[in-house]
Design a protein around this ligand. Structure first.
Ligand code: MSP
Length: 510
């Protein structure tokens, strides 16, 4: 047998000057669904997340909390790690930029860049925003502030520079050869036109604060936070040990999922650093949109930050996961509204999906002695529903391949809709007396369809899907994509089923 295909997916590493909120949960959720999907599809997956712990912002936040930076970052980083459990995220590794493995990798990458004459010592004079951890040209400023609205300060200091300007042409060629390097397409266009506009060398060290990774052989300087942070994607694979098993297997990454605000760093600077170091760039960067809260920008000062923990406590974990990915096409901005959440919970999950399963399983419990019924010959309608179920996986692979997570859910719900129409049309309850053989065929067809749906919803709503698969007595080893489709492992007639219980409660106003 050939080795399984691999899949390496990463989240951005989160700043520890803030506690986890819906935006962080959203990025990691998308990666989690992709990672789970690929694992179920038989791929060897590496799913990385972590925390970005250096820089002036963190130094400041620690000072305000009356703590030294390491104690402070230990504390906040833990909250991001806890988020994994809160949201049922299946990360394989959690990297912190204060870990020795990361520090070693960043310094090695720096040395590699110096060795290849990609970094030189110069002098930096210009506008810097602490909030954005970013430098701005005079021409970028809008009414004396950064284009993001952040305050800027004039900074003059000796600094090392990365020869970014030399990478304009190679980057443009790279984008041309990889037209899906950045998705959605509109973001790709944005990146290309930014690079076409010209690149200037990038200041990659600072002397004005201490909380960072020292420049090798010049410890007055610390390494620019973005060069430090981006390196996490390879330090977690063991870089500079490029012969390590992890590195050989998983680099280049298949996908970096990020928010649209950090696109330039991932789609311009990162591939430039890598190309300059002689390392292959990642295969794709997907930039998703931003959430607002009931129409308002989410910010600490407005006091409307959404805590994922509260969402999970209020609406349920699978419900929250489903809502975030279904409500908004992945890539676009979204607005969080309580009403929309309740509608999704009650319509899509409780009525469409939950009721379908509950109805079918209770009919089987009552009329088939609580066992998987034995089907007779299949009618055209039965075939049609099963064909639809069998065709779903290839359609989902296509949607997931371009990170169209909302589309994947739509496709699954199209099958759920077809199954609901089929129950109504076949009316198995009416067949109980008139044609019990036909009733068994209809219920078997439905149970098989629900099995497909439950396996395919596992990446999105893992706990509820598994409760449903328990009720269908599907063994753990069969809860994978290889068990689906025409050549799969259908439910075995006669298998005893546990007593059915609803898996998606309705949301009720207290
Ligand atoms: N530390 C950097 C990333 C370094 S990666 C090498 C960083 N951290 S962050 O904590 O500020 O943001 C992390 C992610 O959260 C970003 O992808 C950002 O887009 C996302 N979000 C923050 N607020 C958000 C919303 N309101 N909505 C959706 N995502 C948002 O940037």
């Amino acid at each position: 047998m050939s080795a399984p295909e691999t899949y390496y997916v990463t989240t951005p590493i989160y700043y520890v000057n803030d506690s986890p909120h819906i935006g962080h949960a959203y990025t990691t959720l998308a990666c989690d669904v992709l990672a789970r999907f690929m694992r179920l599809d038989g791929r060897r997956v590496r799913f990385l997340t972590g925390t970005d712990e250096h820089g002036q912002k963190v130094e400041k936040a620690a000072g305000e909390a009356g703590l030294d930076p390491q104690t402070f970052t230990d504390r906040v980083s833990r909250r991001f790690r806890e988020l994994l459990e809160v949201m049922d995220f299946s990360a394989d590794d959690f990297i912190r930029t204060t870990e020795p493995r990361h520090v070693r990798a960043v310094q090695a990458l720096w040395r590699k860049l110096v060795e290849r004459d990609q970094i030189y010592l110069g002098k930096y004079a210009g506008w810097y925003s602490v909030r954005d951890e970013s430098y701005y040209a005079e021409s970028d400023l809008v009414e004396g502030r950064a284009p993001t609205g952040a305050p800027v300060e004039w900074v003059e200091e000796p600094s090392y520079f990365f020869r970014l300007s030399a990478w304009q042409e190679p980057l443009l060629e790279f984008y041309e050869r990889h037209p899906d390097f950045v998705l959605p397409q509109s973001r790709y266009n944005e990146v290309v036109s930014f690079v076409r506009g010209g690149l200037t060398d990038l200041s990659v060290s600072r002397t004005t604060f201490r909380w960072g990774i020292p420049v090798p052989d010049d410890p007055d300087h610390v390494i620019y936070v973005w060069l430090d942070a981006l390196t996490n994607y390879i330090s977690a694979l063991g870089y500079p040990d490029t012969g390590s098993e992890l590195y050989r297997r998983f680099w280049p990454a298949d996908l970096h999922v990020i928010g649209k605000d950090i696109l330039r760093f991932h789609a311009v600077y990162w591939p430039a650093f890598l190309l300059a170091a002689g390392i292959e760039p990642p295969r794709r960067v997907f930039a998703h949109g931003w959430w607002t809260n009931e129409g308002q920008k989410i910010s600490k000062s407005l006091g409307n930050v959404i805590d994922p923990r509260v969402l999970v406590e209020t609406y349920g974990r699978d419900q929250t996961r489903y809502f975030l990915l279904r409500e908004v096409p992945f890539g676009q901005d979204g607005d969080f509204r309580h009403e929309a959440m309740v509608r999704r919970i009650n319509h899509d999950l409780a009525n469409d999906y939950g009721n379908l399963a509950q109805r079918v399983l209770s009919m089987i419990a009552r009329n088939c002695d609580g066992r998987v019924p034995e089907p007779g010959p299949l009618a055209a309608e039965d075939r049609a529903l099963l064909d639809h179920a069998h065709a779903l996986l290839p359609a989902l692979r296509e949607a997931i391949g371009v990170q169209a997570l909302h589309r994947a859910l739509e496709l699954i719900w199209e099958l759920i809709g077809a199954a609901n129409r089929y129950v109504d049309a076949q009316a198995p309850w009416a067949l109980r007396k008139s044609d019990p053989g036909r009733m068994r065929t209809v219920l078997w067809t439905l149970a098989e369809t629900i099995r497909h749906v439950a396996v395919l919803t596992r990446p999105f709503v893992p706990a509820a899907s598994d409760r449903l698969l328990d009720q269908l007595a599907v063994p753990e080893t069969d809860r994978v994509f290889a068990a689906l489709g025409a050549g799969g492992r259908p439910l075995l007639p006669g298998t005893a089923l546990p007593h059915p219980r609803g898996v998606f409660p309705r949301w009720q106003q207290e």
